[in-house]
Ligand binder design. Structure first.
Ligand code: AMX
Length: 467
């Protein structure tokens, strides 16, 4: 059961008496408003917890690994610790034990509007606790104070042709920010392992704070002739990002809060999250690790799918119109599949039901843009595509994922340049993967090194087993 200190409540290694005691102790600390100070309190507790898990359960098997799993993208292999979120195939994502509707109900929102602030998600992801309004405001102020981007970052981006994909420009910008790494500096001058998490925290927070300006610069450069919109120090993280992109509509600010929050984390096995974790395990600093993850997010089977979805929907509209019957749409879907392409925005490696991130975007659309023709098209696809994919017999999850909906919302508010969408996803993803990276270093997780095999090894091993 989740409580305000869900990471403790979910631990079976604590007796109820222990829990009561630790909960009381934590309540004593609840006045702490600064995220770093709160983490300082939590790090020793979580280190103890890891020690206990290793000594009590270190030799417990988590299941078999089959040849299918090894050559099938490691599906289902339980091989990584990831604290910030957990994905249930049927229920979808839970951030530190909380579902998306629970987060929407419990995390503080903006003055106007009901969506939770991403800063609250950041506190939740990093600490496992629900923040109060003061703590969320403190994160907003902290991020604002860290947000200055050094000039050479823009020079690096400007050295690329404007036609370079926005994700290429984004990665280049993140790599240019790496000159600021506190972790790299501390490692070079010599730092104890027990303190790795501290410069990691500083890098993570600086990076999260600076990504919106880098991302907005790329958008304005590529799509708006380079005319920039300055930051507004009175706005929260997401609204200010929207403002720098050039959007003043408060409803767009609200959408950006929702967008960043729901894209922030999706447990550890997805390509971008796993890459950040893997590269970080070599003690590459958070900038290097995050840039690597962003390159993974740029793949069409992962984050780039949100760009592909809108492009595909626009092709549908251009070819058969927006006022179409289910039969016409079904014919088009079959045509896409026959040409050997995937239907973007549908399917998932882990989920087996409709993605709750899709559903909450659908609810947003039903509330704010129910008559938008592209939203109607997305709704029709929701009905038409799953039975077709199911009938094909090989797709494990025929239902829509997060990317099936995001583009349609963004285009409604005027952000129509699809090739930019994955950059937004990248900004959002920083909250989860960098929170986890802080814990990777705080817990002293080792360098990753799973075992690989050759065909010959697999054949010989299997022959010896069945002989
Ligand atoms: N359209 C057509 N075929 C699909 C499909 C789709 N939407 N989803 C899966 N398939 C196919 C696979 O390509 C695979 O075919 P193959 O056996 O010929 O290689 C087969 O069905 C079995 O795949 P699976 O086990 O169901 O999925 P997976 O774990 O291998 O892949 C995913 C998952 C998301 C890559 C896949 O569903 C897909 O390509 N979807 C479309 C792209 C997309 O929306 N990606 C975004 C995912 C969310 C995210 O990361 N942002």
């Amino acid at each position: 059961m989740y409580n305000r200190h869900g990471f403790l409540a979910s631990s079976s290694s604590f007796s109820s008496q222990d829990l009561k005691w630790v909960s009381l102790l934590l309540d004593h600390f609840s006045h702490v408003q600064d995220l770093r100070s709160r983490l300082e309190e939590l790090v020793p507790q979580e280190r103890e917890r890891l020690k206990e898990i290793k000594s009590k359960y270190g030799k417990v098997s988590l299941g078999d690994t089959t040849v299918d799993m090894a050559i099938g993208g490691m599906r289902g292999i339980k091989g990584m610790l990831w604290e910030t979120s957990l994905l249930d195939p049927d229920e979808g994502i839970r951030f530190r034990g909380l579902s998306i509707p629970e987060c929407q109900a419990k995390l503080p929102g903006a003055k106007k509007g009901g969506e939770p602030l991403p800063e609250g998600f950041l506190w939740l992801l990093a600490t496992g606790e629900l923040p109060n309004k003061e703590q969320v405001d403190a994160v907003t102020a902290d991020l604002r104070s860290r947000s200055k981007v050094p000039g050479h970052v823009f020079d690096v981006i400007n050295a690329l042709p404007k036609t370079a994909h926005p994700m290429t420009q984004f990665t280049a910008g993140i790599m240019a920010l790496q000159t600021q790494s506190e972790f790299a500096k501390a490692y070079e001058t010599g730092i104890s392992k027990t303190k790795y998490w501290e410069p990691t925290y500083e890098d993570a927070m600086n990076l999260i704070a600076r990504l919106p300006e880098v991302a907005a610069f790329i958008y304005r450069r590529v799509h708006k002739g380079g005319e920039l919109h300055g930051a507004d120090p009175n706005l929260d993280y997401a609204a200010n990002f929207a403002q720098m992109l050039g959007f003043k509509d408060e409803l767009m600010h609200e959408l950006m809060r929702l967008y960043i929050s729901i894209h922030s984390d999706h447990e550890g096995g997805n390509v971008s999250a796993h890459t950040v974790h893997l590269v970080g395990s070599a003690l590459s600093d958070p900038y290097l690790s995050f840039a690597a993850g962003i390159n993974g997010l740029a793949g069409p089977l992962h984050g780039l799918a949100n760009q592909e979805v809108l492009r595909w929907i626009q092709e549908v509209v251009a070819e058969i119109g927006s006022d179409v019957t289910a039969e016409q749409l079904s014919e088009y879907v079959h045509k896409t599949l026959k040409s050997g392409k995937v239907v973007p925005g549908f399917g998932h490696a882990v989920l087996r039901k409709t993605d709750p991130r899709y559903m909450c975007q659908r609810e947003f659309a039903l509330k704010h843009l129910p008559n938008d023709p592209l939203f109607k098209m997305v709704s029709k696809l929701f009905e038409v595509v799953p039975p077709i994919l199911l009938a094909g017999g090989k797709v494990k999850n025929p239902y829509p994922n997060v990317d099936a909906h995001s583009g349609v919302l963004l285009q409604y508010f005027g952000l129509r340049e699809q090739n930019y969408y994955t950059v937004l996803f990248g900004v959002a993803r920083s909250l989860g993967v960098l929170s986890q990276l802080i814990w990777d270093r705080a817990l002293g997780l080792p360098i990753e090194r799973p075992k690989s095999m050759t065909f010959e090894y697999i054949e010989n091993y299997c022959k010896s087993k069945v002989a």
